[in-house]
Design a binder for this molecule. Structure first.
Ligand code: 5GP
Length: 197
């Protein structure tokens, strides 16, 4: 992959509020961020749009991309639900002169950090508690109880990986979490980079 701007990873168990934080950061012009649209084999939820929230592709297409080594990272986040970052997506954003921001799962986030240790700021967004997470997921009303329970079970495992991230932001109070995230990203972007292969 050609060299480019910085990589900002926000990872967290689903329901932690990371998407809200990422959407907020994207609106801050001083940060000059472009959203990495992931490819997924799951279907659209609510008013999600192809090419905006995700590239919704078939499982067959997804597997073909794996074979072609088109992904920077990919994960079977939930059974039969594949998610991945296409190398072409990062290159597209870098070519536009922006830094890339990722809203991806914990394993994917850590993989990007490992591939580009100097260029990447890896942030873990921590929910106040598992109970609070359950309440948030139920409020969303977009998924069955079974799928919610699956997400909760995964969340406990994901919480254990938090110490491997550069920073942990506890999302107890949203305003504070947004401010903290902004400041963190702003100072990382200003930092001079040590060159990486
Ligand atoms: P959701 O189905 O709620 O949109 O996403 C489920 C999980 O997959 C979330 O934690 C989300 O951040 C993660 N995810 C989305 N895109 C990617 C990706 O490209 N790679 C990886 N590893 N995880 C992703």
């Amino acid at each position: 992959m050609k060299d480019g701007g910085k990589l900002i990873v926000f990872s967290a168990p689903s329901g932690s509020g990371k998407t809200t934080i990422v959407q907020y950061l994207l609106k801050q012009e001083d940060l000059n961020l472009g959203f990495s649209i992931s490819a997924t084999s799951r279907g659209p939820r609510g008013d999600e749009e192809h090419g905006e929230d995700y590239y919704f592709i078939s499982l067959k297409e997804f597997k073909q991309h794996i074979k072609n080594e088109d992904f920077l990272e990919w994960e079977e986040v939930y059974r039969d639900n594949f998610y991945g970052t296409l190398k072409s997506e990062v290159e597209r954003i870098w070519a536009s002169g922006k830094n890339v921001i990722f809203d991806i799962d914990v394993a994917g986030g850590l993989r990007i950090k490992k591939k580009f240790p100097e260029k990447t700021l890896a942030v873990f967004v921590k929910p106040p508690s598992i109970d609070e997470l359950k309440i948030r997921l139920k409020k969303r009303k977009t998924e069955s109880d079974e799928r919610i329970n699956m997400r909760i079970a995964k969340a406990s495992v994901e919480l254990a990986t938090a110490p491997q991230f550069d920073f942990i932001i506890e999302n107890k109070n949203l305003e504070t979490a947004l401010q903290e995230s902004h400041d963190l990203v702003a100072s990382f972007i200003q930092k001079k980079e040590v060159s990486e292969k």
